[in-house]
Design a protein. Structure first.
Lengths: 359, 318, 275
């Protein structure tokens, strides 16, 4: 009923290896993109764009980055916040040093700095794995937090000790927060996210993606079919950190406007992004988006629901409740569906494909 | 050259020049090392018996201390508050087993690890909702813990020893001894070791996993409570301690995830090295390097000995 | 690839498959873990084109021997000469690039991946398109992917596993998993294929299928095979020469008939007390 797959046959390997093999789904995605570009800017007000849609898109990118590392390559990392911070601070320094270069270029370039730092801190993955590696990634997190706070050159010796707002434009229009127009920021964010997601999909379904999954599932067997562990793991660290770095830069320049160390510390960045990946689904691209959307929307729901019932609730309490609910939800999801929202979507999809027949 | 001298020689000249100061710094490191070791110890208990990497151990420390102070603020006498807190730790252990561990039995270990991160987050929110987010002061005097300070004349200077620190060292030693006896001599202790070796084998000879889990989480909870009291007596009680508590993790890398002596020696190495680094090398780079030095010490160590101080070399089979 | 049903009886005889070239020569290998001596002074060789069996009771050091050959374990003593190059120790990566493929006693598939992806991963070494093309997935990257897909589909046809192409291998029954694992090894187009108990835990029918695939791989693809197997019927029918290990030591080496008649072998299997 919902799916009509009869006659949707593939006669070449080329068409069989497309991202979306079901023609209907391809149209659905095009329709969704058209909606995101042409309709959302007109129906969503600045509040929605600023507090929900743009952060959700940016965090989706970070979650996608972390998912490449944890979900695909099987390397646990608790250092996401640090890598996002590297992107943000690198972008800030780039705008200072090369003020005439376009900001979008800076944002995309800042990811490379994060990638370099990611490779450096990925080196221990040669010798250690599992929980030991998770602890090792905390080394990068705490070192980077320290560096952001203590190395004054990184924040241009500001008295505030923070990255302050920078006014940059794209195509003659002011872009960066708080100078730019929110709808314009949204469109730029969406474009970068769509572009980088496509690239991630391509990498993941090619030989690199397969190598990572092979290492994740059984590293010894992967080695014996000729996959070199260290270069593959470092590449995973590099690409994952690139995504996190770009997300960090976007977070500062397209969403927050200014940022300090706390924006990238373990509680504000590393854990939430990890939660997005878990709740969304390890090893799933669509899961990264679902998880990010969920975690971004959650505090808004928590603060809105009591107001709806006219209960007065202060922001500190909202924060406490958010922690409790997120923590409980993590456990709940792991028990009910360890594969996350992505798996729920997959099950729904299978049911829809067979509907109205039971399966 | 100047720089190299400053990094590799200067600090040692400084140490030799003022040995009393060195002793003071080492003592400070020793005491924080004990506290790291205690957190790591609670962690090792759980990991040994269930193979679960309990990320929430640090939070359990804060949670225990916070409950104690919170109860006392409500007018409960100190001794009763301690007993009630032990009860709270028991309830926590039972709840964790029922709600988190039992439904997740036989899941991959990464899933259980993630679940403890969820527990970590939940406990932060829960603790702050119940007791409020602002820092509290530990009820040191009410618990009968010593508060004075003894200055000892030595090495041409004065070294001060806080009594609470000495008490911490003694209590930690007693607790480790008790746990060692418990594990090696008691029936439950032997059962725990059996479970650690092989879950399924343990189940097949009639040891119920559920009870064992409750016991280890409860034991870890008591260790956490004691650690929380000691720690709270040296600084404020607040969830900011959580970040500090994460420094128990490099201790585990050093000592191995399953070794109690490893946790203690690892804790002392981490504690002393971080204080030395902070005091003698920190000022060169703007200070506060003790937030990351422990992790780097552990990483460098790990490079040469991936199995940890007391771990056995793992032979992978295929 | 046309699959013929081959009469196993033919296998014992040299029918021109086997050349005189010694492709692998293991010289005086010793391997120990701490105090445990897994292999002691074992030497043997494998000729190009032959099916070489390694048998022995549990704990005889058979799997350890395969692990030494493809570089997963490093023997303390001895040399491994492969394709004319003598090495003290093999490295897994060199073994893979030089055409040694392997299956495992306890299936070592990539459980989260589909059958197709598992077998495609065997082509990793042969894929060259760089990251740039991979990112865009056009040009060399896509063409290459299609080329290798064609080859992989041949292997899938050969092993008759078309219907499980998209199934995650973790969900497959054991017998099929073993088959997929063989597929992954064959996709590497190996010169030397190491099979560790390819028929363990299979029923008669599955064993017959597996034997057929091994024979076809050997005869039609010209793959040299070294296999460990406990089913003596299979070993005696399939192999050209048999090496017998017990307690890490070599106790016999020869044609199936010779080995079967060897008193030391009979003792090892029937459990005569060691002196």
């Amino acid at each position: 009923m919902f799916y009509r797959e009869v006659g949707d046959l593939k006669t070449t390997y080329r068409s069989d290896q497309q991202v979306l093999t079901i023609t209907q789904e391809r149209y659905a995605i095009f329709a969704l993109l058209a909606f995101m570009y042409a309709v959302v800017p007109f129906i969503a007000d600045d509040f929605w764009l600023n507090t929900v849609i743009i952060p959700a898109l940016i965090f989706s990118l970070a979650a996608l980055g972390l998912n490449i590392l944890v979900g695909y390559a099987g390397l646990i990392s608790l250092g996401t916040g640090g890598f996002m911070g590297v992107g943000a601070y690198a972008c800030y320094k780039l705008t200072t040093i090369f003020p005439d270069v376009n900001i979008v270029f800076h944002i995309l370039a800042s990811g490379f700095f994060a990638a370099a730092v990611g490779v450096l801190f990925g080196l221990p993955s040669l010798r250690i794995k599992g929980f030991y590696l998770a602890v090792a990634t905390l080394a990068s997190q705490f070192f980077l937090e320290w560096a952001f706070g203590r190395i004054a050159w990184l924040y241009n010796y500001n008295d505030s000790g923070a990255i302050d707002a920078v006014n940059r434009s794209l195509g003659g229009f002011a872009l960066t927060e708080p100078y730019g127009d929110t709808k314009f920021q949204y469109l730029v964010t969406l474009t970068i996210v769509v572009f980088l997601t496509l690239i991630a999909i391509n990498i993941l379904r090619g030989r690199f993606g397969r190598s990572w999954m092979a290492i994740r599932d059984m590293d010894i067997a992967a080695e014996l079919i000729g996959i070199r562990l260290l270069p593959s793991k470092l590449l995973a660290f590099a690409i994952s950190s690139y995504y996190c770095g770009v997300a960090g830069a976007m977070l500062v320049f397209l969403s927050l406007g200014s940022a300090e160390v706390e924006s990238f510390d373990i509680l504000n960045a590393s854990f939430p992004v990890l939660f997005m990946v878990i709740i969304g689904g390890l090893g799933s691209i669509i899961g990264s988006f679902l998880g990010a959307g969920f975690i971004v929307v959650l505090p808004i729901i928590i603060s809105t629901v009591p107001r709806f019932f006219e209960i007065d609730i202060n922001s500190a309490t909202v924060e406490h409740f958010r922690f409790m609910i997120v923590g409980a939800l993590i456990i709940f999801f792991l028990i009910v569906e360890p594969a996350g929202l992505a798996r729920l979507w997959q099950i729904t999809r299978e049911k829809l494909r067979l509907w109205p027949f039971p399966n | 050259m100047e720089l190299l001298h400053q990094i590799f020689i200067g600090p040692f000249i400084e140490m030799a020049g003022a040995p009393d100061l060195l002793v003071q710094v080492v003592w400070e490191g020793f005491v924080s090392g004990i506290l790291y070791a205690l957190i790591a110890l609670g962690f090792v208990l759980i990991f040994k018996a269930s193979g679960i990497f309990n990320f929430a151990q640090g939070i359990m420390v804060v949670f225990g201390a916070l409950s104690l102070v919170g109860l006392h603020e409500l007018g409960v006498p100190a001794w009763l508050a301690v007993i009630l807190c032990i009860g709270i730790m028991f309830v926590l252990a039972v709840t964790v087993e029922r709600v988190v561990l039992r439904p997740l039995v036989n899941q991959p270990e990464i899933i259980l690890f993630m679940a403890t991160i969820g527990l970590n987050t939940f406990l932060i929110g829960f603790g702050e909702t119940v007791f409020g987010g602002e820092p509290k002061t530990m009820i040191t005097a009410e618990l009968g813990l010593p508060t004075g300070v003894t200055d000892v004349q030595m090495l041409g200077g004065m070294v001060s020893f806080q009594h609470i620190d000495i008490a911490a060292a003694v209590i930690a030693a007693l607790m480790v001894a008790t746990l060692a006896i418990f594990f090696n001599k008691s029936k439950i202790g032997r059962a725990l070791r059996a479970v650690a070796d092989d879950h399924q084998a343990a189940m097949s000879v009639g040891i119920t996993l559920q009870q064992i889990w409750v016991i280890v989480w409860f034991a870890a909870g008591i260790v956490a409570l004691v650690t929380g009291i000691m720690w709270g007596a040296r600084s404020d009680v607040s969830f900011a301690l959580e970040i500090v508590a994460l420094k128990a993790l490099p201790v585990l890398i050093l000592g191995g995830f399953t070794s109690i002596p490893g946790a203690i020696i690892g804790g002392l190495i981490i504690g002393i090295s971080e204080k030395l680094a902070e005091f003698y090398w920190g000022p060169m780079v703007g200070g506060s390097i003790e937030s990351w030095v422990p992790f780097f010490v552990a990483l460098i160590f790990l490079w040469f000995r991936p199995q940890g101080l007391f771990g056995e070399k793992i032979i992978e089979r295929i | 690839m046309n699959v013929m049903v081959t009469d196993p009886v033919q296998q014992g005889a040299d029918d021109g498959r086997i050349s005189d070239e010694v492709i692998l020569k293991v010289d005086n290998i010793s391997l120990s873990f701490g105090g445990v001596k897994a292999i002691q002074n074992v030497s043997f060789d494998v000729k190009r084109g032959e099916v070489r069996a390694i048998i022995g009771p549990n704990g005889a050091g058979k799997t350890s021997m395969l692990n030494c050959i493809n570089g997963f374990y490093h023997p303390q003593q001895g040399t491994i000469t492969y394709k004319g190059t003598a090495r003290k120790q093999m490295k897994p990566h060199i073994a893979a690039t030089q055409g040694i493929a392997r299956t495992f006693q306890n299936v070592a598939l990539f459980r989260g991946m589909s059958t197709l992806d598992n077998i495609m991963s065997g082509r990793t070494l042969k894929m060259k398109a760089n990251l740039f093309w991979q990112m865009l997935r056009t040009g060399p990257a896509e063409n290459e992917e299609i080329e290798h897909r064609k080859f992989v589909e041949k292997i899938i046809d050969f092993l008759e596993i078309q219907d499980i192409r998209r199934t995650p291998v973790g969900r497959l029954p054991y017998g099929l998993q073993k088959r997929v694992e063989l597929g992954r090894a064959l996709t590497m187009e190996p010169t030397l294929l190491l099979l560790d108990e390819p028929m363990a835990g299979m029923n008669l029918e599955e064993k017959r299928d597996m034997s057929r695939f091994i024979i076809d791989a050997n005869e039609q693809l010209g793959t040299t095979v070294a296999l460990i197997e406990h089913d003596m019927g299979v070993v005696m029918d399939l192999s050209d020469r048999v090496l017998v290990l017990d307690h890490g030591q070599m106790i016999a080496d020869g044609t199936p008939d010779e080995v079967q008649a060897n008193q030391a072998v009979i003792d090892a299997y029937l459990g005569v007390a060691h002196e």
